[in-house]
Design a protein around this ligand. Structure first.
Ligand code: HEC
Length: 152
């Protein structure tokens, strides 16, 4: 009887541990200019899917691409010395009013023309940009996660 209790206890304990773990992996606290937000990864993926991937599709196999895949954008904006705040602000600055002066991807402007100005919410773009800073969207593991979300 004692061992049954012990086993039950062990199961409950490990379940609790793994659920706590999942929580911290899937939720991110994001600081935008004036608020602290807790955003689940799945919600951020949906947001970026809706707002950016119609043009910046991560799938390299699609025809008639409208813009560079998102990992190319990340690659250009990321450097060893850039902080998360600088990265997020640089992306927000370009996206709210795209111009050749602000562009650091002249090849993309030549190939696809300048990104059209769209009415994005600051908070949403900053959530997306924070996510891009934190996640290697060029990795296979990220691609598979995104791909499985689309198949749901
Ligand atoms: C209607 C298509 C379209 C959508 C939607 C779109 N983009 Fe773009 N974007 C482009 C094109 C085309 C380029 C390449 C030309 C350029 O750099 O301006 C681009 C380039 C960029 C660049 C690089 C700018 C540079 O030249 O330095 C950033 C950053 C960017 N997009 C961010 C975003 C984010 C974030 C979203 C979603 C919130 C988004 N884009 C949605 C079309 C789009």
């Amino acid at each position: 009887m004692k061992t049954v209790y012990l086993t039950l206890f062990a199961i409950c304990f490990s379940l609790c541990l793994s659920s706590c773990d999942n929580k911290s992996q899937n939720q991110k606290v994001i600081k935008t200019s004036d608020s602290l937000l807790v955003v689940r990864e799945i919600d951020t993926l949906k947001l970026i899917n809706n707002k950016c991937f119609s043009c910046h599709n991560p799938d390299l196999k699609i025809d008639n691409r409208l813009a560079p895949p998102i990992f190319k954008v990340r690659e250009h904006y990321l450097s060893d010395s850039i902080t998360k705040v600088e990265f997020v602000n640089a992306i927000w600055k370009f996206v709210q009013n795209p111009s050749e002066e602000l562009s650091i991807m002249p090849g993309a402007v030549r190939n696809f023309s300048l990104m059209p100005k769209q009415n994005f919410k600051e908070e949403e773009v900053k959530i997306i940009a924070s996510y891009l800073f934190d996640n290697d969207v060029s990795s296979d593991s990220w691609y598979n996660k995104w791909d499985s979300l689309n198949k749901k």
